[in-house]
Each structure stands twice: as C-alpha cells, then as structure tokens.
Design a protein around this ligand. Structure first.
Ligand code: HSE
Length: 434
C-alpha cells in the first residue's frame, strides 16, 4: 500500500527551523516507519530567500510569503517557528481557519493569545501542538497534558530558561561576566532572537503561563503573574550564597491549592545545594511536577538549542501525522475560563537580603527595627569581616509575605547608612505550602 504523504509548510528557517528541516531529513526513514507516512516539507516561508544559510535548501521550496503556505491546499500541517507575536498570530489563525493542523514553539504567542487560539482550534476541529514551547527538548507538555492528566497538579517548579541557567552557571563556575556569558549563549543558539526576553525572565514567564494553565485547567493571564530576571544578579552574590550552601537559579514556581488562587511566579531564588535542581547547570532545564496521585516527578534535559528543540517540534509533527491518518489524538487544553492568581505580595517564603552599609555601630539595629515593625523574623545575620568604612551585611529572613519584605526594603533603602547596592532573593522551600 502506498504510504500517505503528510505535507508540511514550515514558517521560519532560523536556528530551530533549520534544525527541524535537517533532522526530518536525517531521521526520515525511522519517522516514516513510525508514523506510517512520509513527512514532506513542501514549502518553507522565510523573510529573505536569498540569505546565505549554513545548509543548502532547494530554492524552489522557499517563499517570502507565508500566505503561500496557507493558500496551498495540499499542505496539511503548518509549523510556525517565526517567533514574535503579531505576525505569528495572523499566520496561526489563518492556518486554523483553513483547517490545517498547527505546530508551534511560540510560547509568547500562546501565553498571550492561547485562549483565543485554542477556542478557534476547537471551533475548526483541528489540533494545535506546542511541545517545543516549554523547556526545549524536554517532553513536559505531553507529560502534563497526557501522562499526568489523572492528577490534580499541586506544584510545578523548575528551571525553564536555558539561557539564564547557562549565564548563572558560567558566571559562578568560570567567573565570566554577565555580558560574556550572554554573548556565548547567543552564539550557541540558546537565546531568543531578542535576548531581552530571556534575561528579563519573560521567556520563562510565558512558559510558566502555559504550565500553570495546564496545571489548573484554566487559562492564566500573563499580566497576573510576577516575573523577575537575572539582569541584576552579581557574581559576588552567587559566590556568597554558595558558601552558605545554596545555588541561585531562575525558578518558575506554580502552586495550586484547593480553594485558593494559584501562585505563579518567576524569580531568581536560592536553592539548597542538596536539592536536585541545584545541580542542573548550563543549558539544561529541569521541571518538577507534583501530582496528588503520582507524587513528585522530575523531567530533565536540554532546555534550548537547535537539535533538542527540533526533537520536540518533530514529535508534534508526528502526532499531527498520526492524527491526520487516524482519529485525532490530542492532549487536553485548558478551558476558556481564567484562573485566579494570587497577588505576589501575598506569597510567602524565606529570603536572602544582602545590603551594603556603613560599617559603624547602630546600623544593624536600625535595620532590625524596620524588619521587626513589618513582623519579619531574622534567622541569621552574616557580616563578612571588614575593617573598611563600608561592609556587606547579609540577613536571612524568616517566612514572610513578599509584600511586607518589599515595604521593609523600601524603608531600609531610605536609611542614610545603606547604599543602593542590595540584593533580595527568595529561598525556595519546594513545599506544597511554604
Ligand atoms: N531562549 C530559550 C531558552 C529557548 O534559553 O530557554 C528555549 O525556549
């Protein structure tokens, strides 16, 4: 029997797009056998067809108009890898309206417009697959959508931006500056086209929105979550927390408790060195998912890069191919209702607070008066020995709402004895309720 040919329109031939193109061809035989169909890239939409590429692509495949992918009735699956939000949204919605299956790795698009895109997909009765949108090569979307679907998800915590994890690792291990590490992450193809989204935490924020929505079963609005990045992390802090038995990791934390708004945040946090996530280094990501039935699970792998990310995109293409030949196979998606998200000010944890203060009697007492007024306990105070006029002062603060700590910090900043050079980091407990 002749095999069916699944015709694919690929939009975008950047780092990941090129990986998909190359690896579909590299593993063509095994893929054809596994999905009982030939996966054929029929058309590739690019911004500039004349651009020199490090792998030859037949010129007749290329078009500078993504509309050609939509207008070609033979194309069954549109793979969106152009990134950005507006144009990607137009492309994806146009593909769905023409009843083409969509595969996308675009977390920003789904975090901002997922509700609308999935309602349209439902209306048109075609699936949208998005494994590559979260944690590169780690199959975390299908794990939550399918394999763990029988669980009430209690908590998801993880390292879900490869670029930031690479930067923090290289700063700490090699003493590289932040800029050097970022430049190398870009050269290695880990960073987004606009790396601001990586370092300001929003790439991880968009991924957290998707995971939180799958965890709760309702869409989480991106503007309801709290996001911080790694731009202000100092090498001195990385080194200092290490002596205290911690590593700094950019963590996404999602907590779902019964009858309470969800906690959804991305922040650099102190992770005890004894915790598994503390040893996830370089471009690697790891996501811990805790379900009421399964307990704790851990997913680990490359969070960015051409081949690992193409692995996820190709898995989605195979799902699309299987679905096109047999009855649709698709994981569940959140309902169109919005989930309630807890204000960041109400979230509770312990904290590391490093201040740079005048080295004279009474300074610590003033600071302690402020923390006491805000009902924040001090677990320990460390002042690396200093005979100079100023000194670093580290306070480990006991469980307190983030809002109280921010208010206290605003007052501490006003003290004459305190400079603006300060770092506040959460200490993550990884408990269902901190
Ligand atoms: N820029 C992203 C990262 C790519 O560094 O994790 C994978 O989404």
């Amino acid at each position: 029997m002749a095999r069916r040919k699944i015709q694919i329109g690929l939009a975008g031939l950047g780092n990941v797009g090129m990986g998909v193109y190359a690896n579909l061809s590299k593993n063509a035989a095994l893929l054809s056998q596994r999905c009982q169909a030939d996966l054929d890239i029929t058309r590739i939409a690019v911004r500039d067809a004349s651009k020199a590429r490090n792998r030859a692509v037949p010129a007749d495949l290329l078009t500078e108009s993504w509309q050609d992918l939509i207008d070609d009735d033979a194309i069954d699956v549109v793979v969106e890898l152009i990134g950005g939000v507006d144009q990607a949204k137009t492309l994806v919605t146009a593909a769905l309206r023409r009843k083409k299956v969509v595969v996308t790795g675009n977390k920003a698009l789904l975090a901002e417009h997922g509700q609308e895109i999935f309602s349209l997909a439902q209306e048109m009765e075609v699936p949208v697959y998005f494994e590559a949108a979260v944690a590169g090569g780690i199959p975390i979307i299908k794990a939550v959508q399918e394999s763990l679907v029988g669980n009430a998800i209690r908590m998801i915590s993880g390292i879900i931006n490869g670029t930031c994890n690479y930067i923090l690792t290289k700063m700490r291990e090699e003493g590289w500056s932040y800029q050097e590490a970022l430049k190398e992450a870009q050269a290695l193809g880990y960073a987004e086209a606009d790396p601001t989204l990586d370092v300001n935490g929003w790439d991880a924020g968009h991924k957290a929105v998707l995971l939180a929505s799958l965890a709760s079963g309702r869409w989480v609005a991106a503007d309801q979550i709290h996001v911080e990045g790694v731009e202000d992390i100092r090498l001195g802090d990385l080194r200092f927390v290490e002596t205290l038995g911690y590593a700094v990791k950019l963590l996404a934390v999602i907590r779902c408790a019964d009858d309470e708004p969800m906690e959804v945040r991305v922040q650099p946090c102190l992770v005890p060195k004894s915790h598994l996530l503390a040893s996830v280094n370089g471009v690697f990501n790891a996501v811990m998912v805790e379900g009421d039935l399964v307990g704790e699970t851990l997913f680990y792998g490359s969070g960015a890069g051409q081949d690992p990310t193409s692995s996820s995109v190709i898995a989605d293409i195979v799902d699309a191919a299987v679905g096109l030949q047999h009855e649709e196979k698709r994981g569940y998606v959140p309902s169109s209702e919005l989930a309630a998200v807890k204000p960041i000010a109400d979230t509770i944890s312990q904290y590391y607070l490093r201040l740079h203060v005048d080295n004279r009697p009474g300074v610590l007492a003033h600071i302690a008066q402020i923390t006491a007024r805000h009902d924040i306990g001090i677990m320990s105070v460390i002042q690396p020995e200093s005979t100079g006029e100023t000194a670093d002062l580290v306070l480990m603060l006991d469980h307190a709402p983030f809002g109280s700590v921010q208010q206290a910090l605003a007052e501490i900043r006003e003290l004459e004895s305190t400079s603006d050079d300060m770092t506040l980091l959460r200490m993550e407990s990884f408990e269902e309720s901190p």
